[in-house]
Design a protein around this ligand. Sequence first.
Ligand code: HSE
Length: 436
Amino acid sequence: MKPVKVGLLGLGTVGGGTLNVLVRNAAEIARRAGREIVVSHAAAREYDPSALEGLDRVQVSDDAFSVVREPEVDIVVELIGGYSPARELVLEAIANGKHVVTANKALIALHGNEIFAAAQEKGVTVAFEAAVAGGIPIIKALREGLAANHIEWIAGIINGTGNFILTEMRDKGRDFADVLAEAQALGYAEADPTFDVEGIDAAHKLTILASLAFGIPLQFDRCFTEGISRIEPQDVTWAEELGYRIKHLGVARKTAEGVELRVHPTLIPERRLIANVDGVMNAVLVKGDAVGPTLYYGAGAGSLPTASAVVADIIDVTRTLTTDPENRVPHLAFQPDELSDLPVLPIEQIETAYYLRMTAQDRPGVVAAVAGILGDAGISIEAMHQKEPAEGETEVPVVMLTRRVREAQMNDAIARIEALDAITGPVTRIRVETLS
Ligand code: HSE
């Protein structure tokens, strides 16, 4: 059988890794795919030829559109990232009858509905395993391995850079900016690193996971997103004292009222396996009604781990080249006409427990006033910590863990606490998930 020809858009961290894996493992890959897979064309503006294997057999251009228009190319692999021109390139590839593999989570989260509809129309496949959690085959697990289940919830550490920062801050007391610079040098961070630290990258990935889990259209704009840039070293220490770890978690949960879709720093009991996922590693915990909790762990970023997922998709597409389009695995796991209109809930409607930290004047009645506000709001305090003020200090940190309560109720209580004269500055609030 003729080799399958791949057109690679991008020869950077992931593109270079993909070329190298396809070249290095060519024989093993052909044994699995049933056909030889070769990169015949590539597009890149800047690349390092010394880091790339088999480049002499690839026709490289600086015009990505020439690759998606190339009649010889069967599968276009989009590894440029970003919203545009990735969207235009992918849509044109589809219009030209090419299958597409992409690692672009931003593209799928924002434009996936449009892209999948175009692919459906044209009878081609768009595969995106590498878009979520790098090398972990979580898309395949959700779409195929767990297809028997009602998925109840998902909780994931799905941004390696953010997890790396939180881990280094906790273990080595390192400075936020210094760790971020290292993640950038290692090729983990997004082109705009605020995407990592403000949770936008995780929200892209969570949006995709939620659609696959619950059979809803992609709705990135409904995802609540809070970053890690306001986490202070003392919050990390307090959490440890209380038996928790702070992780930047993506949580998607199906409730009777709708779907929770939220990314925020979260206290997790330290005894949970996922609380011990450190460094650039990712992990996704999925609770299905039949299977129970399942945990997927691995490298969430980096050249070869991400290439592993990209190449797996290329092999999958190669295997399905002869399959009737109607009988392929649906893009969003559920048949396109079976997607539900279950609403994504606003954050005010979500119920969690909370960690609260505030700075209080060291004088009688302050803690009583705070407890009174929480009591009036029907919020039960589960634990409270306060330390003696240091010599000469007039303020002390007060830390509380509360029972589960609606976010709207907590917002009102926090506003009242912040209005107290004896409370200085804003109240730090971190949501708590027991993941039990
Ligand atoms: N910036 C991302 C991360 C890369 O740090 O996880 C992988 O999507």
